[in-house]
Design a protein around this ligand. Structure first.
Ligand SMILES: Nc1ncnc2c1ncn2[C@@H]1O[C@H](COP(=O)(O)OP(=O)(O)OP(=O)(O)O)[C@@H](O)[C@H]1O
Ligand SMILES: [Mg+2]
Length: 228
C-alpha cells in the first residue's frame, strides 16, 4: 500500500510580472519503509515539494495522498490533524520553539495528541539522540547539531508513518552528521517509517533506495539503488 503518493504536483506563485511555477507535474509513489532522496540545485523546488507532501502548504494543481488520505480535499485544520497523526518533519532551519526547552519542544506533538506518559517518551527520545543531559536547555543554549537532534526527536515523537527531513545533515560536522544519519535509518528499520530526505550530500542520497533529481522544478531523473 502507498504511504505517500504524489500525482502531477504543480506549484505556481503569483508574482508582480509573470506567475512563477516552481514545481512542474511531479509524481512518485512510496510504500511503507521506503527510503527516498530528493536532490537538485538550490532553488530547484526541493523544500517546496517536501512542504506540499507534508501538508504544510497547498499545491496549485495535482494531488498528495498520505496513508491513503487525499490532502488537497482537506481544510487547514484537517491537514494539521493529518500532520500530527502521520507525519514528522525536520526543517532546514530546525524551527525549534525558542521559548521552550529541548524537552518541552519534543513534548509539543505528544501533548497535542494527548498522549499518556508523554514526558517519559520525550526523555527517552532525547536520550536516544544523545541529549539526555540537555533536556532543560533552551535552543539558544544548544549547538546547531544538538538543535538538529532535538528536531529529530520531536519529528519522531509520534512515530510517524512518514518522516520528512530537509537537509538533515546540512551544517553538521562529519561525526554528528553520521550519528544523525544512522538514527534516521535505524528509525526506518525499526519502525518501518518511510524516509523522505532532501539533501545536497550525495553520499547520504546513495544510502536510500531511490533518488529523485529536480532541476527548475521538474523531475529530470529518478535513480534506483540497484543502478547507484
Ligand atoms: N513564497 C514564495 N513566493 C515566490 N517564490 C517562492 C516562494 N517560496 C519559494 N519560492 C521560489 O521557489 C523556488 C524553489 O524554492 P525551494 O525553497 O523549494 O528550493 P530548494 O530546492 O529547497 O533550494 P535550497 O537547496 O536552496 O534549499 C525558488 O526559486 C524560490 O525562490
Ligand atoms: Mg530548500
Amino acid at each position: 500500500m502507498s504511504i505517500l503518493r504524489v500525482e502531477n504536483l504543480t506549484k505556481t506563485y503569483p508574482s508582480a510580472g509573470q506567475p512563477l511555477t516552481v514545481l512542474h507535474e511531479v509524481s512518485f509513489d512510496l510504500a511503507a519503509g521506503d527510503t527516498f532522496a530528493i536532490v537538485g540545485p538550490s532553488g530547484s523546488g526541493k523544500t517546496t515539494l517536501l512542504g506540499l507532501c507534508a501538508g504544510l502548504d497547498r499545491a496549485t494543481s495535482g494531488s498528495v495522498w498520505v496513508n491513503g488520505i487525499q490532502l488537497d480535499k482537506l481544510s487547514e485544520d484537517e491537514r494539521a490533524a493529518v500532520r500530527n497523526q502521520h507525519v514528522g518533519f525536520i526543517f532546514q532551519n530546525f524551527q525549534l520553539l525558542p521559548t521552550l526547552t529541548a524537552l518541552e519542544n519534543v513534548l509539543v506533538p505528544l501533548e497535542l495528541r494527548g498522549q499518556r506518559g508523554a514526558t517519559q517518551t520525550a526523555l527517552e527520545l532525547l536520550d536516544r539522540v544523545g541529549l539526555a543531559a540537555r533536556a532543560n536547555h533552551y535552543p539558544a543554549q544548544l549547538s546547531g547539531g544538538e538543535q538538529q537532534r532535538v528536531s529529530l526527536a520531536r519529528a519522531f515523537a509520534n512515530r510517524p508513518a512518514v518522516l520528512f527531513a530537509d537537509e538533515p545533515t546540512g551544517n553538521l560536522d562529519p561525526d554528528t552528521s553520521e550519528r544523525v544519519v544512522n538514527l534516521l535509518f535505524e528509525l526506518n528499520r525499526e519502525a518501518g517509517t518511510t524516509l523522505v530526505l532532501v539533501t545536497h550530500d550525495l553520499e547520504l542520497a546513495a544510502k536510500t533506495q531511490r533518488t529523485l533529481r529536480l532541476r527548475g522544478g521538474r523531475v529530470v531523473e529518478e535513480i534506483l539503488a540497484s543502478a547507484k
